[in-house]
Design a protein around this ligand. Structure first.
Ligand SMILES: [Zn+2]
Length: 629
């Protein structure tokens, strides 16, 4: 595969060449057959092997000039996040949710085989839109406990996601932002193990500005009696990686925008003779940008790519964990439709794109593209995939069920979004203690250490009695690491005000529905921070931006000029959630150890979790000063 770059003059020339061919093709089609015949003939005109069939209404004498038809299918997954089995490693049970979704590649493999059988496997491609190697204890185990990079004195294991995806014969996958969570060496080891390319046209080497991963792959669909259909698959990842995984990528990789890089590579794919161009984007359809203007490129750009980059036929969308069966966006330059589909997450859905083509002047032209999603909960798991990964699954189940300590009282995160709960205090206690210990003997040893934490999972719970690793791991589901930043009292007030945007403004005197006062403007739970070590009220009757009242430190009003150390996760510290001041604040310490592991190590060392030792109510919701709860 060629991954070099064409000069901008070349690109302009290629772009013009293809624009003119497009226009000529369009005129020919309109003149020769009429748009109605061309479009109306698309359905059902394709034989089982994709060979040409006569079109109704074509003059008999022109039989040798009948346009040939072909069709093929692209299947797509996204945001699988380490799920092979329909299993929840935190609850040690089969996965379930309110909608009774099922998860994992083992079930997706069954849907894939069905879709291949319907279409003919030689006329089907399988792609993914990224976020593959992070998200479950299964994927964590092979990144950190028995890592695929080796180092345990034996041959490095194969990653279960590589085992499953190789068996399923994926043709390509885009890189997701979470691929970078364990650092570049783990990602490179995973890449080595995959029989298919990991694509990212907008992940560049920071020094050479050359692609650090293949930008695209070209696949051929065989058509008996006709030329192959050449399908270009372009992979695009998320510019937010520069913020979210700054510690892992800074100075090594740089991430330009999706639109910018698609404008470089789509013309290149057309120049290589691709009849069809499909993008796989780790970028949502048209949601907001969670990092504000900290980067010049939007986070969720797939609709923009469709609209602004000529020459794309379809886009597999990911990153936002949404289900969108089919969305059509018209390209502003060509007026042609681009079909997008996003198959939810975790292997809950499979997108199915169907392409119909027609041979004109020796070249395949796309007549139509349709998309749908299929639900993994309608099928059984594929026994081959299940058998292939069973041993790894069992090793991880044993690992997560090991007892690491006891807890004196049950703790739950269920009410953490609106009440100061012991389980969040626990995370903050461990984080503050870790930073405090790290700063001993430094110039910062006398500064007070505060700590931030958010509710990552409302179903997280630590039982009374024996505590297993999975109970503690479930408290902290992301691979965040810990950082220590110096902030002033005034900056902390701004920080808390930003966090309090999470609440829906609710006038005093009206009934309070606890299920409706949080997540204002779709703010996710993970972007609502509690700061421990301070006392404060959040007045949700007031507009966002002026809600923090009675802000105290050690019982006295917080001094705006005083300095504090904030124990803060790397996601937040690097600008995730666009919280004020923290990204620019001085970092005085950081660790590459995951916070999850730090908490697990704390339990192993202390043996007993006693909520009475750390739980206290330091913040509350009010309305015009009157407590809500
Ligand atoms: Zn994801």
């Amino acid at each position: 595969m060629e991954i070099g770059d064409a000069s901008s003059a070349d690109r302009r020339a290629l772009g013009e060449q293809w624009m003119s061919i497009d226009r000529r093709t369009f005129l020919n089609r309109s003149a020769a057959t009429g748009a109605v015949v061309a479009l109306g003939g698309a359905a059902g005109a394709v034989g089982p092997a994709g060979t040409a069939q006569a079109e109704p209404g074509t003059p008999a004498g022109a039989a040798h000039r009948h346009p040939r038809r072909a069709s093929f299918r692209v299947l797509g997954t996204t945001d699988v996040h380490g799920h092979v089995f329909n299993w929840d490693y935190f609850t040690d049970k089969e996965y379930d949710d309110a909608a009774h979704n099922d998860v994992g590649l083992a079930k997706i493999a069954t849907l894939v085989e069905q879709a291949r059988a319907e279409k003919g496997r030689h006329r089907t491609l399988l792609i993914d839109a990224g976020d593959i190697i992070q998200g479950t204890q299964l994927s964590y185990y092979y990144a950190r406990v028995d890592p695929i990079t080796g180092g345990n004195g034996k041959r490095p294991p194969k990653h279960p996601m590589a085992l499953a995806m190789n068996h399923m014969r994926y043709d390509a996958a885009a890189l997701g932002n979470h691929e970078f969570n364990y650092g570049i060496p783990v990602l490179r080891a995973f890449q080595e193990q995959c029989d298919f390319p990991l694509l990212a046209a907008n992940a560049l080497d920071a020094t050479t500005l050359k692609p650090a991963f293949p930008p695209y792959v070209v696949k051929r669909i065989k058509v008996p009696g006709g030329p192959d259909v050449k399908v270009g698959i372009l992979g695009l990842t998320n510019p937010g990686i520069a913020i979210w995984d700054k510690n892992n990528v800074q100075g090594k990789l740089t991430f330009p925008g999706l639109v910018e890089q698609a404008k470089v590579y789509v013309p290149k794919l057309r120049a290589l003779g691709c009849d069809v161009v499909v993008c796989t984007d780790h970028s949502g359809l048209d949601g907001g940008t969670s990092y504000g203007d900290a980067l010049p490129y939007p986070e969720n750009a797939s609709s923009l790519v469709a609209e602004q980059v000529p020459g794309i036929d379809a886009i597999l969308v990911g990153h936002t964990h949404k289900e969108v069966a089919s969305r059509t966006v018209v390209n502003a330059e060509t007026g042609k439709p681009v079909v997008l589909s996003e198959p939810l997450m975790w292997g809950m859905r499979l997108s199915v794109f169907d392409f119909e083509l027609e041979l004109r002047h020796g070249r395949w032209q796309v007549l139509s593209v349709t998309a749908e999603v299929r639900n993994a909960n309608t099928v059984a798991e594929d026994p081959h995939v299940a058998r292939l990964v069973r041993k790894e699954h069992q090793a991880v189940v044993a690992y997560v069920n090991q007892v690491i300590g006891t807890c004196k009282e049950a703790m739950s995160a269920a009410e953490a979004p609106y009440r100061d709960t012991p389980v969040i205090d626990f995370i903050n206690t461990v984080q503050a203690a870790t930073v405090k210990a790290a700063l001993a003997g430094t110039a910062y040893r006398d500064l007070p250490v505060l700590s931030q934490a958010a509710c990552f999972s409302r179903t997280a719970a630590i039982p009374a009695g024996q505590v297993s690793l999975r109970d503690v791991a479930g408290l902290y589901v992301y691979e965040n690491t810990l950082d220590a930043r110096v902030l002033t009292g005034a900056q902390l007030k701004d920080y808390l005000e930003w966090s309090a945007r999470y609440y829906v403004q609710t006038p005093a005197g009206t009934p309070v529905d606890l299920t409706k006062i949080t997540n204002a403007d779709n703010t996710p739970d993970y972007n609502y921070d509690v700061v421990s070590g301070l006392g404060y009220d959040i007045d949700i009757a007031k507009p966002a931006g002026s809600r923090i009242t009675n802000l105290t430190f050690q019982g006295k009003p917080l001094d705006p000029a005083a300095s504090f150390v904030l124990a803060v996760n790397n996601y937040r510290a690097n600008g995730g959630g666009n919280f004020p001041h923290v990204a620019a604040a001085r970092s005085i310490w950081s660790s590459s150890e995951e916070i999850r592991n730090t908490i697990i190590a704390w339990v192993k060392e202390n043996k007993v979790i006693d909520p009475a030792a750390f739980a206290s109510v330091d913040w509350r919701l009010t309305r015009d000063g009157v407590p809500v709860l």
